[in-house]
Design a binder for this molecule. Structure first.
Ligand SMILES: NC(=O)c1ccc[n+]([C@@H]2O[C@H](COP(=O)([O-])OP(=O)(O)OC[C@H]3O[C@@H](n4cnc5c(N)ncnc54)[C@H](OP(=O)(O)O)[C@@H]3O)[C@@H](O)[C@H]2O)c1
Length: 284
């Protein structure tokens, strides 16, 4: 059977925020492959236009790039109007926009002493505004997008939301407390909203990607030669039972499964790890 038929996603209207991102562009492509109409939302129009061009070259012309900041409600409402006109009511929202901020990250993993320098390099050196920015982007950006696009779903009597969590949500990675707490709030919100919409035929789930190698983070994982792993890269792989980094396309199956009104009809409120076994491994 053709994939597009078994999933029931053909011609369904899907919205992906942060669509031009390293992981999100692959997730948007997964929806195109399933025959959906895909609105590509993001902050930078040029990036969205090149993604749409790339998808067109691959044979997917049912995309709609729209500049929209997930923290600006009017941007989202404006996008919803354009999507309604061009495609119809939104069936699926994939809340992809997310990320960290350099000043919401400590310079050391553990506080080692109490000199001025040591205190500043740890918890006490964190910047509250950067903390706010990370919470806003990851949590409020998803919340606002749900407020705007789930209204279409409630009206249509069918819908699906996919949030993006992280391995940091359950057990926080060192140095990034804002990102970890914001992603934990995404897991919690996913469950809350799943229950809230349980009688409305709107399913709400999340995907928790493990460690992926993307254009943006490759320099953190590999030395300049592009082959030898950095110390951090080695540490991550030693904690990943499958012994490799994920590739963005490894998320495609999870997206299409959770998005499918047929394959995942009875699935709501879950956080699905796609992590090569990272979250199952105790380290010994
Ligand atoms: N990469 C990983 O290994 C990894 C692992 C676990 C979880 N995640 C999560 O997966 C999601 C997607 O990651 P990714 O790798 O695709 O991210 P990415 O490559 O960093 O891209 C993020 C995208 O979000 C857009 N964006 C940022 N702020 C926005 C805003 N206020 N409104 C609208 N769009 C905004 C960016 O657009 P501009 O470039 O125009 O600003 C960019 O296109 C994020 O939630 C991330 O936290 C990633």
């Amino acid at each position: 059977m053709e994939m597009a038929n078994c999933e029931g996603l053909k011609d369904r209207v899907c919205v992906v925020t942060g669509a031009a991102g390293g992981l999100c562009s692959a997730m948007a492509e997964a929806l195109c492959e399933a025959g959906a109409k895909v609105a590509l939302l993001g902050r930078t129009e040029t990036k969205l236009l090149s993604l749409a061009r790339l998808l067109q070259q691959k044979g997917y012309s049912n995309t709609l790039p729209i500049q929209a900041d997930v923290l600006v409600r009017e941007d989202l409402e404006n996008a919803r109007e354009i999507i309604r006109e061009r495609f119809g009511l939104t069936y699926l929202l994939l809340n992809g926009a997310g990320g960290n901020h350099p000043r919401a990250v400590t310079q050391v993993e553990m506080l080692q002493g109490n000199t001025e320098k040591e205190l500043a390099e740890g918890f006490f050196g964190l910047d509250l505004e950067a903390f706010d920015a990370v919470f806003d982007l990851n949590f409020k950006g998803s919340l606002l997008s749900c407020l705007v696009f789930a209204e279409d779903m409630a009206r249509a009597g069918i819908g699906c939301i996919i949030n993006i969590s992280s391995m940091s949500a359950q057990l926080p990675m060192t140095r990034a407390p804002a990102y970890a707490a914001a992603k934990a709030s995404i897991d919690n919100f996913t469950r809350w909203l799943a229950v809230h919409f349980s009688k409305s035929n709107i399913r709400v789930n999340a995907i928790a990607p493990g460690f992926f190698s993307t254009a943006q983070n490759r320099f953190l994982l590999y030395e300049k030669d592009g082959k030898a792993l950095t110390a951090r890269g080695r540490r991550i792989l030693s904690q990943t039972p499958m012994g490799e980094f994920g590739r963005p396309e490894d998320l495609k199956g999870a997206v299409r499964y959770l998005a499918s009104p047929e394959l995942a009809r009875f699935v709501t409120g879950i956080v699905l790890p796609v992590d090569g076994g990272f979250s199952a491994f105790s380290g010994v």
